[in-house]
Every structure is written in structure tokens, then in C-alpha cells.
Ligand binder design. Structure first.
Ligand code: WT7
Length: 651
């Protein structure tokens, strides 16, 4: 193992469990067998342009047909050249035009328990009206609209209204600070700000408008601000600049048709963290993105018209963009949206919602799953989850033990789990089981979707031998890919297209097992090098999580004079901490994967520091482990939440 050449990563994980889709599930699925999948995959791989052209003609509405499928001037891609379409039309009007106006588009529940529902026809009317309001405020095609709103139907309506008139939205998760909003507004040159008087979170009201006012004091490009009344507090309004949403929409006609937009017209910017701290505005465009979100939604979630689909993400992240708004709505799905926290008023809120709305497809994140495990099975027991037929996971690798809990406790052993690997930059899911076709293995995202060609390479850019870990790259453009970084085309080229010539660098490590299944091994920067062995964090973490006392674990490297790096583990427990357990955990990892991976340090913590999107803040943990950052308290249970808050906006 120690002779690994540059860039390769050793694997220590042995996961043997395999779950075949049930015959019943496969029979009714869109893609019913491995043969079906392979056929589709091969067709796409042998001629990607012909494949995507056919998909685009069939699955988007074209005002003007495109004349060229792809122009690839590495790293600049243009898809469906010469065509005009509209993402809002595809998501809303197309269904009304096809006679499905009475189908439910959005089912919504607020944190206090209030409910609303919108059919596609009602959605069309609301979107159209708000698009008219944006126009009345002077919004032009290409203008950037900054959105800082709670998870209400109006958030989706606002995004779609921008798409309708060719404005570019930049959604900022409503937990970010005024400083973070101002940075993003200035980088994007935002002209309009959308917000609300407040939002409900864990039973409290957060005054969003006050945060926005602080941000706008430092956002000179923003001319107008629209405020949705959500909580009914006395939000401060600045005359001339600020308008109430309800007053604006009352004053315009509902008739604002969808504007034909060029295929490559920017649809949105979404800021994501970069390694240097300055957030990057990932730029997505219209036709390719919309097509990719729609088709991947249909393939991966095996969508049927009677499904009630719930993605628990916030629209402030790419998951909300692609799999609450642009994918499911383009597919004509019924989408459930929930405004609040998973533990309000109690830890069973999600299961109460699943039961109440008879949710059939649930898409959530490993960080949430691990929280449910920690909170205890009693919150799940007693709820009827029999409506569920498919489960999804996104955002991080899912530890095999968490996968098993999700499978048995939530899925009742009958629901396939789609572990979906993708990124803000990829626009949509890149690798995932197709639930009727591909047998799953806990912890593996299994196989690439049609049209996606992954490669795993070493530092030399050559494929690593099968079974070894290396850098995950994608070797052909796909319609959903980012088109650039807003205002920084050089960074786009450098970051994604330079290290391995001709290929998109994902920044993740991965390996392929002997069945050709892919296993994501974490970010390239997170690899730990112990005595010349390059270990992936997720594998050591999964060994820790397989111990019954452990709820969650994060593993980082810290400098070590002899080994190069030593392993430091931060662990949250399902039981009380004690010295014996610390030793027991070290031994457990030693037994599970070997002496090499045994953590040198184990620190118990009340909670792991996470970014607002739920990712563990490994940079912060590395600093703590190496003594660069002091926690003050090193008693039995540490708490990194304050440090995490300080660092969050830059992660
Ligand atoms: C990074 C992208 C994808 C939408 C939400 C996050 C990690 C994501 C998985 C998965 C292992 C995963 C990767 C990726 N990641 N999904 N199923 N298995 N790792 O989007 O914030 O752009 O993060 O999240 O490291 O590169 P994002």
C-alpha cells in the first residue's frame, strides 16, 4: 500500500452488503433493469451530442428550435445554440397548456403549522403576477435579483418569476449575515432585493428585513427592495426603495407571458464556498440546466404522477434549485415544501409531515439522518411511514451505518435509497443508483447517470488502477454544468479545468470497486497522510459511526513528527462520555480497519461545527486539532458552536 504513486489514495473500507431493487419496484419503474440502464448509458456515451439533442427536443418547450447541440471550446461550453426557451414556461405554463392545470404543484407547511397548496394553474397566476411586479419596478432581462427569503411558496414563485422575464436570481440562504448578503450583492451587482418581514425558526421569529437593511446600507447597486409579509411584525420600510409584495401584486395584471430566452442566457448565480474563503458565484444558464435538472429528477426519483415528493433542502442551496424548483416542477411533480426546523415543536416533525401528506419520495441529507439517529427511534415509532416508496440522500457521503438506519427505520426495509453525488457546479445529480435498476451498496453512489463520463486519475492525469482512490474528474461536458464563475472567468479555468488537462476536476477523491461502483472518498484537501498511506476521512468516520455509542464523527489530520500526520477524531455520542469509551473507540477502529487508521486523539464534543448547509467544517477542526485554534474548554465535552459561528461565512 505504501508504494501508492502520487495522487492515489488507499482504501480501507470493506462493505459487502448489496440490496437488489424489489421485483415489484422494478416492474413499475421507468428504468427497470441493469440491461435498460446499460443500454441507455451506452447510447449516451457513444454519441453524447445526439443523445442530448434528442432529450432537449423531447423534454423542453422551444419557442425557436436550436440549430447546434454543443459548442465545446474547452473550458467554454454552449448547449443548444440558436434555440430559445424559458425555464419558467417549462416548469409552469407547459403543464397548464397540456391540460394538467389542476394538478397540485406545491404543498406547503409553515413551521407554525399553517398550510397552503397551489395547483399548476394557481402557480402560473402567482408567478405571472409577481413577474409583472418585477417588471413594474424596472427589472430588465439580465438584471440580478437577490433573494433572501424564508421557505415559503413565494420563494419558489420569486425564482420562477425572475426566470419568466429573463432576470438572473441569486438566492442567499436566509441564515446568512448582513455582511454575507452585502458581499454577494456587490459581487453580483444586484439591482433588486427580495426578502420578508421575518421567518419562523424553532418557534422564534427572525427579523429578516432588519438584516437586509444592514446589508443594503452596504449594497450600493440595489435600487429596490420587495418585502413579503410572512410573520406580521413591524418591519421597517424605507419609502421609495421598499415595497410590500402584496401591494405590488395587487397593482399589476396577472398576464405577464414567459419571455423567449436564449438557451445560454444566465438563469441564476449561486454562491458557494471556495478554498480561499471568497465565495464563488457559480453561473448556470437556461436550457441545458433546466433539461438536466428535469431528466435527472425523472431518472433518479423514478417520478410518477401520483407521487408526493419532499426534498427537505432549502432553496438557498443548489439542491433546492434543482430538486425543489427546476427539476420536479419541469417534470410536473407535486412538491412538498416545509418552512421550519426538523425538531420543532418536537423531534418527530418530519415523520408527522410524511404521515400527514402521505409522502412517497423523501430526499434529505446525511447530517439530518445522523441527527435523527441521535434523537432516538422513539420519535419515529408510532408514525405511519408506509406511504414512502423511495429515499434519497445528498450533500455528503452517507456512512454505511446511517444508511442502514435510514433503510430499516424510515424505509421499512422496502424503499431503495438513492445516494446522489453531485455539486453546485454540476447543476444536477451525476452519480446515483437508478432505483429500479441498480442494486445499492451502503455508502456508494453506485454508477454514473446517462451522458456522464467519470474518470479517476492520479497526479499524472492517468487512470488509477481499479480499486485505488484518485481524483474524480468528468471527461466530457454535460448540459447542466456550470458555465463560469460570475465575474471571474480565469478562476473558472484555473479551478476546474487546469489541473488535469481537458477534464473537469470535481475536487473530490473517489475509487471504483470490482463491480464498477463508485465510492466518494471526500475532498482532495481532506486526505490524511499517515506514514505514507493516504487515507480518506469518510472511511475512518464510518468505522467510528458503526460503534453503537457514536452518533457522528469527523476525522482530520494533524501534524506528527514521526508519521507525517496523525489522526484526530471529533465524536458526538449517543451516550455519556468516559475515558473507557475513548479507548474502546480507538480499539474499535483498529479492529474495523486496522492499526494504521486508529485515531491518535479522540475528542468528545456536544456537536460538530457545521456550515449552514450542514457540511462539517474540517478546516476549523484541523486548526483545533493542531492547536492553532483554542477552544478554551477541554473538559469532557467540548462545544465548537461559537467558533463555528465566527468562521461560517467564510467556509
Ligand atoms: C460536495 C458538493 C450536491 C448538492 C449539495 C451539496 C459532497 C455531495 C455527496 C454524496 C459523497 C457528496 C462532495 C461534493 N457530496 N453529495 N452523495 N456522497 N459526497 O453541494 O455544496 O456544492 O457540495 O458535497 O464532496 O463535491 P455542494
Amino acid at each position: 500500500m505504501s508504494e501508492a504513486s502520487e495522487g492515489q489514495v488507499d482504501t480501507v473500507m470493506v462493505e459487502q452488503r448489496l440490496f437488489e431493487p424489489s421485483e415489484d419496484f422494478s416492474r413499475q419503474a421507468r428504468i427497470k433493469s441493469m440491461e435498460d440502464y446499460q443500454q441507455l448509458y451506452d447510447r449516451a456515451a457513444s454519441d453524447p451530442e445526439a443523445f442530448w439533442a434528442e432529450q432537449a427536443r423531447e423534454h423542453l418547450h422551444w419557442f425557436t428550435p436550436f440549430t447546434q447541440t454543443l459548442q465545446w471550446d474547452n473550458p467554454l461550453a454552449k448547449w443548444f445554440i440558436g434555440g430559445t426557451t424559458n425555464a419558467c414556461y417549462n416548469c409552469v405554463d407547459a403543464h397548464v397548456a397540456a391540460g394538467r392545470g389542476d394538478q397540485l404543484a406545491i404543498l406547503w407547511e409553515g413551521e407554525p403549522g399553517d398550510q397552503r397548496q397551489l395547483t399548476y394553474r394557481q402557480l402560473q397566476e402567482e408567478v405571472s403576477r409577481f413577474a409583472g411586479a418585477l417588471k413594474q419596478l424596472g427589472t430588465q432581462p439580465g438584471d440580478v435579483v437577490s433573494i433572501y427569503m424564508p421557505m415559503t411558496p413565494e420563494l419558489a414563485i420569486a425564482m420562477l418569476a425572475c426566470a419568466r422575464i429573463g432576470a438572473v436570481h441569486s438566492v442567499i440562504f436566509a441564515g446568512f449575515s448582513a455582511e454575507a448578503i452585502a458581499d454577494r450583492n456587490n459581487d453580483a451587482g444586484a439591482k433588486i432585493q427580495l426578502t420578508s418581514d421575518g421567518l419562523h425558526r424553532r418557534g422564534k421569529v427572525l427579523p429578516l428585513k432588519e438584516t437586509v437593511d444592514q446589508a443594503l446600507a452596504k449594497s450600493p447597486t440595489v435600487e429596490k427592495c420587495v418585502v413579503l409579509r410572512r410573520v406580521g411584525n413591524d418591519a421597517p420600510m424605507q419609502s421609495g426603495r421598499d415595497h410590500w409584495w402584496h401591494e405590488l401584486v395587487d397593482s399589476v395584471e396577472a398576464d405577464c407571458p414567459a419571455e423567449p430566452m436564449d438557451s445560454e442566457a444566465p438563469l441564476f448565480i449561486l454562491y458557494t464556498s471556495g478554498s480561499t474563503g471568497k465565495p464563488k458565484g457559480i453561473r448556470h444558464t437556461t436550457a441545458g440546466y433546466n433539461l438536466y435538472a428535469k431528466r435527472t429528477f425523472q431518472w433518479v426519483f423514478d417520478h410518477r404522477p401520483d407521487d408526493v415528493y419532499w426534498c427537505t433542502a432549502d432553496c438557498g442551496w443548489i439542491t433546492g434549485h434543482s430538486y425543489i424548483v427546476y427539476g420536479p416542477l419541469a417534470a410536473g411533480a407535486t412538491v412538498l415544501m416545509y418552512e421550519g426546523a426538523p425538531n420543532h415543536p418536537a423531534e418527530d416533525r418530519f415523520w408527522e409531515i410524511v404521515e400527514k401528506y402521505r409522502v412517497t419520495i423523501l430526499y434529505t441529507a446525511p447530517t439530518a439522518i445522523r441527527a435523527f439517529i441521535k434523537w432516538g427511534d422513539e420519535h419515529v415509532d408510532g408514525h405511519d411511514l408506509s406511504s414512502l416508496r423511495l429515499l434519497g440522500s445528498v450533500g455528503e457521503g452517507i456512512n454505511p451505518e446511517a444508511w442502514m438506519w435510514y433503510h430499516t427505520k424510515i424505509g421499512g426495509g422496502r424503499c431503495p435509497i438513492v445516494d446522489t453525488w453531485w455539486q453546485t457546479e454540476t447543476g444536477g445529480i451525476m452519480m446515483s443508483p437508478l432505483p429500479g435498476a441498480i442494486a445499492t451498496k451502503p455508502g456508494s453512489c453506485t454508477k454514473p447517470l446517462p451522458g456522464i463520463r467519470p474518470r479517476i486519475v492520479g497526479e499524472d492525469g492517468q487512470n488509477v488502477p481499479q480499486g485505488r482512490g484518485g481524483m474524480l474528474c468528468i471527461d466530457h461536458p454535460w448540459p447542466g454544468m456550470l458555465r463560469g464563475i460570475w465575474g471571474d472567468e480565469q478562476r473558472y479555468q484555473e479551478q476546474y479545468w487546469s489541473k488535469v488537462p481537458g477534464m473537469y476536476l470535481t475536487g473530490d477523491n473517489a475509487r471504483q470497486d470490482s463491480d464498477g461502483y463508485y465510492w466518494i472518498m471526500g475532498r482532495i484537501d481532506d486526505v490524511i497522510n499517515v506514514s505514507g498511506h493516504r487515507l480518506s476521512t469518510i472511511e475512518v468516520e464510518s468505522a467510528l459511526v458503526s460503534h453503537p455509542a457514536v452518533a457522528e464523527a469527523a476525522v482530520v489530520g494533524k501534524p506528527d513528527e514521526i508519521k507525517g500526520q496523525a489522526i484526530a477524531a471529533f465524536v458526538t455520542l449517543r451516550t455519556d462520555p468516559n475515558e473507557e469509551l475513548r479507548q474502546g473507540l480507538k480499539l474499535h477502529v483498529r479492529q474495523e480497519i486496522g492499526a494504521l487508521a486508529q485515531p491518535d486523539d479522540i475528542r468528545f464534543t456536544a456537536a460538530l461545527p457545521k456550515t449552514r448547509s450542514g457540511k462539517i467544517m474540517r478546516r476549523l477542526l484541523r486548526d483545533i486539532a493542531s492547536g492553532k485554534e483554542q477552544t478554551g474548554d477541554t473538559s469532557t465535552l467540548e462545544d465548537f458552536s461559537v467558533l463555528a459561528k465566527l468562521r461560517d461565512d467564510e467556509e
